[in-house]
Design a protein around this ligand. Structure first.
Ligand code: PNS
Length: 161
């Protein structure tokens, strides 16, 4: 049984993330979507808010479980028995930062394998930071985030209420 982890800060979870989670769940037997802390980013949503939004978006996906972990990704993988880490690539700048993270994670845990999925071309412009910015100005985020999460994101981030 191959268990994979799709880690991220998911602040918030986007349609790009949703696509990667669904595609990853077809190549592993069990997928953990893991909300972790990215020390270089200050998050807009609490851990509970992020988890609830991801669970709502992935409702009905039988081999996906949403978890959170306060610590290193390699320790999260060990705790959940996962042998594969899944990350997505939108463009070459993602590639450079992912290579650096992969090198660190491989040094910490040589047995872990990191697998990359290219984002779908029609979703590659989507990022959590773009969603936060659009929502903060009250712009529509239709086509950026799962429909079920749109209202809560706008309510939380729109400066004009
Ligand atoms: O969605 P992101 O912000 O690109 O995800 C990055 C994340 C959360 C996967 C990464 O910051 C991470 O693995 N954090 C946990 C701490 C860790 O393991 N750091 C060492 C790898 S550099």
């Amino acid at each position: 049984m191959i268990k994979g982890i799709f880690p991220g800060s998911f602040d918030p979870f986007t349609l790009g993330h949703l696509d990667i989670a669904r595609r990853s769940a077809r190549v592993v037997d069990k997928l953990y979507v893991a909300v972790l802390i990215n020390a270089s980013k200050r998050s807009a949503f609490t851990m509970d808010e992020r988890i609830n939004m991801i669970r709502a978006a992935l409702d009905g996906e039988s081999n996906i479980e949403v978890i959170s972990f306060d610590g290193l990704l390699v320790d999260c993988a060990k705790q959940y028995g996962a042998s594969v880490i899944i990350r997505s690539l939108r463009d070459s700048s993602d590639y450079l930062s992912e290579r650096q993270m992969e090198t660190i994670n491989k040094r910490l845990c040589p047995d872990l394998e990191i697998v990359y999925l290219n984002s779908a071309p029609e979703l590659m412009h989507i990022s959590s930071s773009a969603v936060r910015e659009l929502a903060s100005y009250g712009c529509s985020i239709e086509g950026f985030v799962p429909e079920i999460n749109r209202k809560i994101i706008i309510e939380r981030l729109c400066k004009n209420g």
